[in-house]
Design a protein around this ligand. Structure first.
Ligand code: HEM
Ligand code: HEM
Length: 184
């Protein structure tokens, strides 16, 4: 089985990484959005659930990011070429860059607040540096804004896929369901 993407499609590995991480990111997004700043209504448990899932999936999410930046985005199929392909491609890169920013800002935000990262009831990861309100504000702002980029980008992304599937019927959706055969 081929791991690298063919010229204008995705390998099974890319497809598996896409769907697995899409589910994890949307889950993290919804759980993250349910954390109340004042930690009421079980929000501490929600926060610990958020950090536990994030740390469990941490290496996988980085693997997905590095994989795409390292091997680059595959080229368009003949029916896809043009301005909309370029917009789609850079939306994909923006989504991946935002996920990287979430993975960095998340732990830095927890530590700069003087907390440790809770991972299930297994262990905690204490901060390697002293807390700082200024640093917390910066990392928190990055985390919140990148989470907005992710959700707006994902809505546009799903809208684009829907347009291709419902109107263009050009194989864009099936490209992410079945690996493309490499003719080379
Ligand atoms: C792709 C990965 C991640 C996504 C999509 C994500 C998403 C979110 C979202 C949507 C929020 C709510 C933001 C708001 O207040 O509007 C949030 C909050 C939070 N996230 Fe993440 N997150 C991710 C990774 C992480 C990681 C790796 C950590 C730390 C280990 C983390 C720690 C936190 C904490 C502590 C909060 C609560 C901040 C507060 O006190 O208001 N997140 N996250
Ligand atoms: C849940 C509904 C989703 C559907 C139906 C969907 C569908 C697709 C399809 C069909 C492609 C191939 C587009 C092409 O190459 O022309 C694609 C690529 C991509 N999607 Fe999604 N997607 C979904 C969710 C997500 C989410 C939540 C993210 C990340 C936040 C994401 C990030 C990406 C990225 C970065 C690519 C570029 C290829 C790659 O690196 O995997 N998708 N998606």
């Amino acid at each position: 089985m081929r791991f690298r993407d063919p010229k204008n499609g995705y390998s099974w590995l890319s497809i598996a990484l896409h769907w697995l991480t899409a589910i994890i990111i949307l889950t993290l997004w919804f759980i993250g959005s349910s954390i109340n700043a004042d930690r009421t209504n079980g929000s501490l448990a929600t926060l610990n659930l958020h950090t536990s899932i994030a740390i469990t999936a941490y290496a996988l999410l980085w693997a997905r990011i590095i994989w795409r930046f390292w091997y680059k985005h595959p080229g368009p199929m003949p029916a896809q070429a043009g301005l909309f392909y370029e917009i789609g491609k850079y939306t994909h890169y923006l989504l991946i860059a935002s996920i990287a920013a979430m993975l960095l800002s998340g732990p830095l935000m927890v530590w700069s607040r003087g907390d440790a990262i809770h991972v299930w009831n297994w262990f905690v990861i204490p901060g390697p540096f002293p807390d700082s309100v200024t640093a917390f504000d910066v990392f928190h702002t990055i985390h919140v804004w990148c989470s907005r980029v992710i959700i707006i980008g994902t809505i546009l992304h799903i809208g684009g896929v829907y347009k291709h599937a419902a109107f263009n019927q050009d194989g864009t959706f099936s490209k992410m369901l079945i690996a493309t055969r490499d003719e080379h």
